[in-house]
Design a protein around this ligand. Sequence first.
Ligand SMILES: *Cc1c(COP(=O)(O)O)cnc(C)c1O
Length: 374
Amino acid sequence: MKKRIYLSPPHMSGEELKLVIDAFESNWIAPLGPHVDAFEREVANYIGVQHAAALSSGTAAIHLALILLGVEQGNEVICQSFTFSGSANPIVYQRALPVFVDSETDTWNMDPELLEEAIKDRMAKGKKTQSVIVVHLYGQPAKMDEIMAVCRQYEIPVIEDAAEALGSSYKGKKAGSFGQLAILSFNGNKIITTSGGGMLLSNDEQKIKSARFLATQARDDAPHYEHSQIGYNYRMSNILAAIGRGQLKVLERRVQKKRSIFEFYHKRLAKYEGISFQPELDHTHSNRWLTCMVIDPQNTKTTHDEIRLLLDKYNIESRPLWKPMHLQPVFKGAPAYCSGVAERLFKHGLCLPSGTALKEQQLDQICALIESLL
Ligand SMILES: *Cc1c(COP(=O)(O)O)cnc(C)c1O
């Protein structure tokens, strides 16, 4: 069997190792250090926000964002249902209650109309929505103008989960520059990686300063260890920030490659009846982190599962789309405002191998296998 083709494996450029060696030679192994400061500045500049805190994961960034927005026991937080569990789990870390909102078909992200319906209905039930978490799934930006307008109207701060969307933009502004707080992930399968890591972004300097404080065990200013708040061990190490700086140098190239992978699949497979792909909204630019295909079993001879199993037989990884949070056993009973869009996508959708080191000949093989079932 040939080496397995993974969905989105890490792809180093060579630049990372030089920076890691620099970190070793200066003995800035831990904690923090100059690469962390530089990585924060570079990412903030790239996104177009003023401040950033480098953290141990994207999930940690969402957790701190919720704390900074005052989310606590008994509050409600509205979250996009069609996402990875890392978006929603931190709501429960705060003993707050998740309320899920379905997606629309133009972007596969939070439906602004359902969002407003949810906010109004929670209010009518005497509940207060403390924050809204919107996600740019698979790199495609959500309808941010509409979502921000709804949240402004009801004065609810937005946490923008741009974990999958580094390098994407909406009307000329980068994903991660819209929410009061935004988060990125540098997990191993994301478009660039530090092996594991995340970042919290904001134009609010005080919030980012507080995030750094909470992420280093909330140490008060004293020669001994003095604590007046509960803290966390959530900071990124200098070594990992060095990897991230090397990766950031090739981000634009990675976005181009991801988009060309999407184009390859689209050109080859979209012509078949019953096959469609994640759309790209006008005036948005997706990083096409993963190419996602929907197989309508009514109009094809095959199903997403049959394709997945055939690819797997040839040692090629593919994966169903995210299972919506309102269908997850762990969130059973959470209020959900649904139209069925996410559920339908989950039932028929498949993420195709989208690693930026894929060769044309491999893409060709994957397409030929899929075509054999169509
Ligand atoms: C990866 C991911 C996260 C979590 O990031 P980690 O760095 O893995 O903790 C959150 N939200 C979404 C949408 C993600 O894809």
